[in-house]
Design a protein around this ligand. Structure first.
Ligand code: NAP
Length: 498
């Protein structure tokens, strides 16, 4: 085996080694003998340099006309198109999801790049009327300054793109800390943006642990916005860290999403959806359908087909085009998944398939786990309530639509939900009553598109949304401007009613 490649941070337009000289290994979860690369284990000193570079670059970038900023984003999106296959392969190698999915991840970054580049000729505010004569009123968007981006490993290019493209088009500069399980995709993304022509200091990449890099980043007084996607536990810490100085924070966190299968559902379609929603990305999606509620009238038929299809899934290295499900992100995550399976068994959930690590043949090389389904789950069991983030689906029987909705809403999270029904009245009632940021009708809980707001309610989010125009709102602030050309002092609310 050749020695693994040594990667660097990108600070102020230069590729630089971390001050402390330490590195960490990026390991392929499908084959632990495959070291994808050595990445800087940076610390607070490196972070300080990155923030200082982003701060120094801010004024120049803020004053660059947005269509000029957009030219760079268009170029970056084009480069992503040209390198899509190689970027997807790197991503599968470092985080395990199958090639079809990693191509989709890169495509999401392309789509977001093009969408946000288009915003370079919009970034619309509006003009309005004034209550006083000879007075003009309008509002415009303005950038905030340095944005700190802290991202997870499950969408290692798509999620950074949801944050970085809108931040840049609005005129902010960026310090980007990717997840330690997927630094290569973060590196690839930052490299392309810089090759596309970003001025030095506008985008800085710094790898290292949450504690050594994420912590000082989220507490840094020169960072105006923290945009974080990850667990609710760490999101809460980000929120608390930003609160004393009222620095903005945008949080996208955990989920416990549910598909409802009604008695009039097209069952085969619902099984397709439950399979893709539950086991796509090995169940490691914030929007994963980790709960499936099934009306008692079709419970047995649904479950028989769902279990048969899950047992038949081919699990293995995502670079093999015949494989349908990759490994867990690492051995620790696989252990955590297995602990939940034990919890489910002890709670009395009926294990219908899976429930074990896969260790036969080539599976022994990686962190593989069998697709697992629990039947007859009570909605209050821990496996029905807590985010497992692995290939485990809890199936819950119910009697009525109202009961199904109550179960779906009865968790602390609120990211995504779905209903399979042919009844248009029920579909509309579900759109109204399911309390999640995203609702699907006759489709699984996964599959968001980049031009609509993305995010969740309750303990999934803090009221902001990514993607679409909502994504622009996170990285800009409104400024209202009044121009009085009357030549006299005019007092709003007073002169109008005297
Ligand atoms: P995580 O452990 O919370 O990590 C997320 C990011 O935070 C990583 O970059 C991590 O760095 C960093 N971090 C860890 N500890 C930190 C600290 N003390 N201070 C600052 N930063 C810190 O989450 P994950 O395991 O990567 O991702 C899985 C979670 O993300 C799930 O809960 C999933 O639902 C959620 N998620 C949500 C969405 C959404 O849009 N709602 C999308 C995808 C994923 P290291 O990697 O170095 O630890």
């Amino acid at each position: 085996m050749p020695a693994p490649k040594l990667y660097k941070n990108y600070i102020n337009g230069e590729w630089v080694e971390p001050r402390g000289g330490k590195t960490f290994e990026n390991v392929n979860p499908a084959d632990k003998s495959d070291i994808v690369g050595l990445f800087p284990a940076s610390d607070k000193c490196d972070l300080e340099e990155a923030v200082a570079a982003a701060k120094a670059a801010y004024n120049g970038w803020r004053l660059t006309p947005p269509p000029k900023r957009a030219d760079i984003l268009f170029r970056a999106a084009q480069m992503l198109v040209e390198r899509k296959e190689e970027l997807a392969r790197d991503m599968t190698r470092e985080m395990g999801k199958i090639l079809k999915e990693t191509r989709g991840d890169v495509q999401e970054a392309i789509d977001m790049g093009l969408y946000m580049a288009g915003e370079g000729r919009r970034l619309l505010g509006y003009t309005s009327t004034s209550e006083l004569p000879n007075k003009f009123a309008m509002c415009v968007r303005q950038p905030l300054g340095v944005c700190g981006m802290i991202t997870p490993w499950n969408f290692p290019m798509a999620i950074p793109s949801w944050k970085i493209f809108p931040a840049l088009i609005c005129g902010n500069t960026v310090v980007f800390k990717p997840a330690s399980d997927t630094p290569l995709s973060g590196y690839n993304f930052a490299k392309i943006l810089n090759e596309a022509g970003l001025p030095k200091g506008v985008l800085n990449l710094i790898t290292g642990s949450g504690g050594k890099v994420g912590e000082p980043l989220m507490r840094h007084p020169d960072v105006s916005v923290i945009s974080f996607t990850g667990s609710t536990e760490i999101g809460r810490q980000v929120s608390v860290a930003c609160a004393p100085d009222f620095r903005h924070c945008h949080l996208e966190m955990g989920g416990k999403n549910m598909i409802l299968v009604m008695d009039d559902a097209k069952l085969e379609l619902a099984v397709d959806g439950a399979l893709w929603g539950g086991f796509g990305t090995t169940g490691q999606r914030c929007t994963a359908a980790s709960r499936v509620g099934v009306h008692k009238k079709v419970y047995k038929q649904f479950l028989d087909r769902f279990v048969a299809r899950a047992k038949a899934l081919k699990v293995g290295n995502g670079l093999d085009p015949t494989v349908e499900m990759g490994p867990c992100i690492n051995a620790k995550q696989r252990e955590s998944v297995h602990e939940y399976v034990e919890i489910g068994k002890n709670e009395g959930a009926r294990l219908l398939c899976g429930g074990t690590a896969l260790t036969d043949g080539d599976h022994a090389k990686g962190a593989f786990y069998a697709p697992t389904i629990f039947g007859d789950c009570d909605p209050k069991m821990r496996v029905s309530q807590e985010e497992i983030f692995g290939p485990v689906v809890s199936v819950i029987p119910f009697d009525t639509f109202e009961q199904g909705v109550e179960i779906a809403n009865g968790v602390v999270y609120g990211l995504s939900s779905s209903i399979y029904t042919q009844d248009v009245n029920r579909a509309f009632a579900a759109m109204r009553d399911l309390y999640t940021g995203i609702v699907y009708i006759n489709a699984p809980t996964i599959g968001a598109e980049i031009h609509l707001p993305f995010g969740g309610v309750k303990q999934t989010g803090n009221g902001h949304r990514e993607a679409g125009i909502a994504g622009i709102d996170v990285f800009s602030e409104w400024k209202s401007i009044y121009v009085d050309y009357s030549g006299t002092l005019q007092r709003a609310q007073i002169d109008t009613h005297s």
